[in-house]
Design a protein around this ligand. Sequence first.
Ligand code: BGC
Length: 769
Amino acid sequence: MREWKQAVLALALPLGLVAVTPRGLLAQPAPPGDVQVRARVEALLAQMTLEEKAGQLTQAGQLTQAGGIAFGEIPPPEEALRKGGAGSVLWVNDTKRFNALQKIAVEESRLKIPILFGLDVIHGYHTIFPIPLGMAASWDPSVHERAAEIAAQEARAVGLHWTFAPMVDIARDARWGRIAEGAGEDPYLGAAMAAAQVRGFQGPYLGAPDRLLACAKHFAAYGAADGGRDYDPVYVSEGQLRNVYFPPFAAAAKAGVGSFMSAYMDLNDVPAAANPWLLRDVLRGEWGFSGLVVSDALAVRNLVTQGFARDGKDAAARALVAGLDMDMASGAYARNLAALVREGTLREAQLDEAVRRVLAVKVRLGIFEQPYTDEARAASVLADPQHRVQARRAAQRSMVLLRNEKKLLPLPQSLTSVAVIGPLADSKAATEGSWMVFGHVPAAVTVLEGVQARLKNARVTHAPGPEIRREVPSFFEDFMPELKKPEQTKEQADAAFQQALETARGGDLVIAVMGELANMSGEGASRASLDLPGRQEELLRAIVGLGKPVVLVLMGGRPLSIAWAAENVPAILEAWQPGTEGGHAVADVLFGDVNPGGKLPVTFPRNAGHAPLYYARNLTHQPEGSRRYRSRYWDGPTTPLYPFGFGLSYTTFSYSNLKLGAPELKVGAGAMVSVDVTNGGSVVGDEVVQLYVHQKSGSDSRPVRELKGFRRIELKPGETQTLTFPLGPEELRYWSTSQKRWLQDAAAFDVWVGGDSTAALHAELSVVP
Ligand code: BGC
């Protein structure tokens, strides 16, 4: 930087006239300091009526059958905003509408407090990245961070301030539809991905230009729903909460996330939205979280439906007292809070505490200074070609090669005739996946298009086969009628089956693109089976029966039980729901431009009856695999189809020289673990090096393995790299159920390093008092 610039900066920075961001200098105010924020908040609070306070704690939004938005639960938006009756609005996705609503708030309401606009920007706004489960399969937090940054830039340009992401729920049951939205089963990987997304969405500080307020959701343990049934109650011990379900939330809080969303369900019989232990004792008390807590949609009112609160008034009072600041769309706060104070059930100071948090977020985000959005700017931000480049890279890095017999992959460029078969092969919606913002029109490059673009001179044919559909429609269809489609008749389906088989017969090689549609995972999308839906397996079996080489590209939002394919289809690539550039990224991997290096962030069960199945379970008195207990089930193996952390490559890696800096450690001390990783093949490849530990005895029983370190590295053919990982109190402590506290035991530990959760290279560490 030139000297004059430094001089100007030295003067301007402390005065708050400019901000320094990773991209350089921005001629806009630096973030206000705590003292400034407090002063501004208190000045406003002193002027507010009880109704205005309840308004700031109200998020307005009511979806209608027609797909629009009305405000049925509270007065119509214009009227509500004019009276200061809503502090935030959700489910609007239109710059003009944002500005029109904002104008009422900042020009016509008494206190002129701007509205915070929120929406679910989960894996992209306009440029769609792989679903979060796919992003976790990259085992590369920097890719997730960049994706969140781009999503934030696009969403902010349109006028949004707040995204209800990241979803950081640990999910160990593949039947649960929302497994697609998170980082999978592991708290360590989940924590890394949670923090990365917070950094990406929010940037270096809350209120950084072109970023959003992020929201860690759904606090907490939503993923542990009984039977994998969305919204069902959760019963987990405090030990499991603290060791498994909390770490990604704690990591998000540590990374400075500005908001939390409470979960819907009962947690050990107390709904998360009105759970003082969760929202006050743990979140604020232990973690020192000072941001804003919002409910999940309609959750406050639904405390009555849930059989917890007597009526709306009781629900509002109990949620607020429990530490829930903002009511998402239920109207229970708007209707009841002022009356509750007047009748003496609540103290005004209890409202003030929550209002302060809402106002502080607004001040920090800078929306008092810049309430409006430049309607002309969004188009150029959305069209930034770099966004697609990054989406393609993220999709490439998310893909996991599950099988590759006789090195069928990568495919040769010389192919002259390829049949691309399956209901997902040319579906833009399925390629983008679940959770699109309202009004988004899927525009993904499909696998068919990706292969066509790659093989310009070959004959690339396509047939979808019989359609697949949910047996029970998604509730999203009520809001998005365009999702509704007439059902295929039996005759049409049979004809489509035959046509797909004939098309496959005509190709020298078949790429079958099968799995789940976008609406088969996500919210309200739990399943009792994990099989390929519809007649896909039947078609796959018939295609394999033709005797041609077949590649299965799996698309979907959860592990699928593809036990037959795992034995009979020579090459299988898990592509998840890969987003806008998905088809290109699949082709990049299939044809070897990119060597797949993703690894599974979830265990693949053989069968839905195995769920929940995860690697970090405890031992038993009869460890499975022993002669007498070869399997827990008498009707098949208990072992997963594919273990956590698993993924193949076009090259092979070997591990050697596992060394502990010290074979013996005192409690509280740390040592480094080192290992050599070698690329033994003939192509460049990425490996995700994973470190697992097992505490062999102690105050509590501990899981048979736990991930405690990972790194994705690239190795040239023949290259060896030495990697080191820290192993100390951070990695070895846990929350003990028997002692009711965090502790580190003096105990012996197994240490393994390798390419998945079955890694064999072993060392033993002894921790002494
Ligand atoms: C979901 C949340 C989401 C909210 C707002 C709820 O149904 O559970 O994840 O953020 O809707 O759209």
